[in-house]
Ligand binder design. Structure first.
Ligand code: NAP
Length: 273
């Protein structure tokens, strides 16, 4: 039997066991996926168990993403650019680390806003925290020409833009309205939207009618930003799809079957929000 895991500290809140458990049942896989609470000082010993072959691999969440990246034997080049890993695979030549957040972000848009990147020149990304890095690398990999990275704390956007380089341009949240008329996509990576919070002064009416607005916050499923965008007739994509799609590459790597994000899976997870 192949075993997979999600480790974090704490870990009880993780929805990953539900997602992978659904696919294990759906495909009749002889495998398991379990949530394991691993405190930071216990991480090296746990990684030794994975290296020894006890698990096919697993997911890694806060606070272990950077540490696991450093402990792995080899790394996917895009994970190197992101500087963090969320997925481990046990291989004959050692532990391989990759980052599926960027694949989840792209998979969600590809499924729910087909054609979103055709002729896409300019993107506005709101927020420059941990989650933003994977999304910025994903957008750059799709050939976006300009990414305006706008953050409440401008210095953080500037540091991230300097680190990742072109096509990133750092700015303040107040710059949104100036860039909106040329933006084909708006991505919210800030925690604004949780508990019904909203951005002040962000005028979605300035966006082109063809613009897509997506939020990676998924509680609530429809954030005030997405509700405003939908009310203006813009295409919207919620953040739950990113969570579901980021699980696909890991499942495939451990169990050898590429699962599909179906409406049934979505309903299962939606019921837990
Ligand atoms: P983080 O590292 O703590 O970053 C938070 C970001 O939000 C920072 O840019 C911060 O700006 C900004 N922010 C917080 N409060 C703000 C406010 N009142 N006004 C303006 N900006 C504000 O968090 P993270 O790990 O990047 O996660 C961000 C969100 O993404 C979380 O809600 C998380 O649940 C969600 N997420 C979703 C997925 C998914 O699969 N859908 C994956 C990962 C994360 P400052 O720099 O100024 O503090």
């Amino acid at each position: 039997m192949k075993r997979a895991f999600v480790i974090g500290h704490p870990i009880a809140h993780s929805r990953s066991p539900l997602i992978h458990g659904h696919w294990i049942r759906e495909h009749g896989v002889n495998g398991s996926y379990e949530a394991i609470d691993v405190a930071p000082d216990a991480l090296p010993a746990f990684i030794d168990r994975v290296r020894a072959g006890e698990f096919a691999g697993g997911n890694v969440t806060i606070p272990h993403k950077e540490a696991v990246f450093a402990l792995a034997d080899s790394r996917d080049p895009l994970a190197v650019r992101i500087g963090a890993a969320n997925t481990l695979v046990h291989r004959r030549d050692g532990l391989f680390a990759f980052n599926t957040d960027y694949m989840g972000f792209l998979g969600n848009l590809d499924q729910n806003a087909p054609g979103w990147d055709e002729g896409l020149d300019t993107v506005i990304v709101l927020g420059a925290g941990g989650a933003a890095r994977a999304i910025l690398v994903a957008l750059a990999a799709r050939g976006v020409k300009t990414i305006h990275l706008l953050n409440r704390t401008i210095a953080k956007a500037e540091t991230l833009a300097a680190d990742l380089g072109p096509p990133l341009v750092a700015g303040a949240l107040d710059d949104f309205n100036r860039h909106a008329p040329t933006a084909g996509l708006v991505v919210n990576c800030a925690s604004v939207g949780m508990h019904g919070t909203r951005f002040e002064g962000v005028d979605l009416s300035l966006l082109p009618k063809s613009a897509v607005v997506t939020d990676i916050v998924y509680v609530p499923l429809e954030t005030p930003l997405l509700a405003d965008a939908r009310a203006r007739g813009l295409r919207t994509v919620d953040g739950l799809g990113m969570l579901l799609h980021q699980a696909v590459p890991g499942f495939e790597a451990w169990f050898g079957i590429r699962p599909v994000v179906t409406p049934e899976l979505r309903r299962l997870i939606e019921a837990t929000l």
